[in-house]
Ligand binder design. Sequence first.
Ligand code: PRX
Length: 647
Amino acid sequence: MLDTIESLAKEEKSFTASNTFKRKANSQTQSLYSSAKTDRLSFWDNQAQNLEWFSPYTSILEWNRPFAKWFSGGTLNASVNCLDIHLKTKAQKKAIIWEGENGDIKELSYQEVFEEVNKLADILKNKFNVKKGDRVTLYMPMIPELLYALLACSRIGAIHSVVFGGFSAQSLKDRILDSQSKMVITANGGSRRGKVLNLKNIVDEALSKNDTPVENVLIVNHLPEDTCPTQKKEYDQSYNELRKSAANYVEPEHMESEDILFILYTSGTTGKPKGIVHTTGGYLTHAKYSTKTVFDLKDDDIYWCTADIGWITGHTYMVYGPMANGATVVMYEGAPDYPEKNRFWEIIEKHNVSILYTAPTAIRAFMKWGLTHIEKHNLSSLRLLGSVGEPINPEAWEWYYNHIGSKQCPIVDTWWQTETGGIMISNIPSLNDMKPGFAGLPLPGIEAKILDKDGGEVSKGGGLLSLTEPWPSMLRGIWGDNKRYKEVYWDKFNTYFAGDGAIKDKDDYIKVLGRVDDVLNVAGHRIGTMEVESALVEFEGVAEAAVVGMPDEIKGQAIVSFVILEENFKQDDDLENKLKQFVSKQIGAIAKPKQIIFTPDLPKTRSGKIMRRILKNIAANEDTGGTSTLANPAIVKSIKEQFNKLS
Ligand code: PRX
């Protein structure tokens, strides 16, 4: 850690937003910071007042560590705050500019999205009897109907649980079972890199044993039947048919501020993903405030967050935050390199995108693909750039700044998590300078500290990142598992433990270094090492497996698996490939190991515990340190040799 801090001091550079940007920025003075410092709760009270409430709240925060209640007594509806409130002033304003991978474009006004959301809400409520508090799983491609589905659920008070379309049938089933969803909304398929992803088949596989509570599957026919054939099941319901006779208006449910808005599963340190619970009033307060503040969002912006709605970034900064602010959002169905590697720049030029929010993995891929794809496009509509999901290395930051933003666009490097609901640490570029590689200062209203392992504050230097005061969009628990909620986030310190290591510099800027637990971050996606290990040992012939991350130039981290086979198991030449495919089938392609190393043993302590630290060192090409305490020190050399041969 000390080495890192010293090298940081050398590399620190800072950049200032242009005067043109500053002059027009939403935040002109330090008043947000100062008012939040003076009275944090009345600061949040003011932010919550920007929402439309059916009935006012009677208290701002009730804090009974680790359980928070924000804006108790108040009632509201998220879909009303994202749609109905805009109908008087901007019904004809574009809400969504959707582009399919095949080039199809749909532009939908707030009025149109309002009607579509109401129709879907009517179908769910009146045709399928989905009631307040019921869970609905959404397993869909990036099409407008996914956005409608989130808002339709919130309109009738149903809890949505979106499962990213890249997850396998087994992962989908696990999440359906854990949330006890009675309904699934899917599409026959989606397009990815020119291929058809047949989602409905995956749903059928997940439901094939008939052992889930799902009664109906609502299917959006997004692709033509002949390119995406599906089998008819008795639970099938056609969205396209039902939509024709659906009502244009459904009375919005009056939700308590603390009623659950959604569950979103994310990986943790055990084999079982956690259903992170977010509630209505607090989440929406922060989503609306942070979108406007961090992205400096204005009424004429064309805003593009490239994240899939299957992740928290898509929930907060593609749907709830921008729509609560009445923004125009761009939504793209496909891959950044299809049909060519200039697809993003083409979209920006065509739709005049002014704010782009993407991930460091994508930025590093663009760097590798070269400038020729960029130079043929006019990107002068851009005025602000964002980064999220993983640490951005200063080199990628500067490339993004120079080549995408033409040195004119400030960059916001935003640190947050599924659990935090919204951005916690980020610069506000009109107010403070940017430093490549540093997320910057906590947002006004957010308190963050770097702690040592005993919970003492480290004023300058490195340690563990903790959020030290409750905030409105904080997770309210893990679905069905309050014990795990307490253990994971609140047992280590008195305050919220984020699971990340971080460093603070002389200006109190925070640089987040990455996970300190057994969670990997591959291309900005969180994957628990235990999940991959559990999948590997299910393969016949695998006796033991250990999974660690290795540095990857583009994806930040890649997965390396060390596998011990059962003694009499016959290894064929294709075993490595078969195992990779197996993990992909069990969890999803994002969890596929990059390297698999077969070994007769793993470095273990005398009591039999696998020493992951040593495997991590090998995978990172670092010194493995002392091995004398191991029961089997010789194995380290042999694993190292094998690994070096591969990489
Ligand atoms: O390790 C941090 C990293 O992503 C983790 C959260 O992942 P997830 O819940 O999937 O949410 C991702 C999108 C918000 C964090 O614990 N992370 C996220 N943003 C940054 C980051 N690491 C460094 N810098 C960031 N800006």
